[in-house]
Write a protein that binds this ligand. Structure first.
Ligand SMILES: [Zn+2]
Length: 95
């Protein structure tokens, strides 16, 4: 999907822990701190929260739904926190 939207690492880190419930194609109910948000991932990329009012910024709810859909940009950004397998094995054997 082509988007002109900024993905911030701290919001993606929050999104990993947010549970989403798929309602229908590209439509999700996203739970965050006891509040439910409606997220749509069609052309509009909509969330009803205050954060999303800034249209250039992806809120954590949008990112949580994008992760649920296997969005390539979001998944690639997770590499920031996960070391490559070789580096991980080196750290295990050094311990
Ligand atoms: Zn939101």
């Amino acid at each position: 999907m082509i988007r002109n939207m900024k993905i911030e690492l701290h919001r993606l880190a929050t999104a990993i822990y947010i549970d989403v419930e798929r309602l229908r194609d590209h439509e999700y109910l996203v739970w965050d701190r006891g509040r439910a948000h409606m997220v749509r991932l069609d052309q509009a990329l909509e969330c009803d929260c205050e954060e999303r009012a800034d249209r250039d910024l992806a809120c954590a709810h949008l990112l949580a739904a994008m992760l649920a859909e296997g969005d390539q940009d979001c998944l690639r950004m997770l590499r920031y926190w996960v070391p490559k397998a070789a580096a991980w094995q080196r750290s295990i054997s050094a311990a």
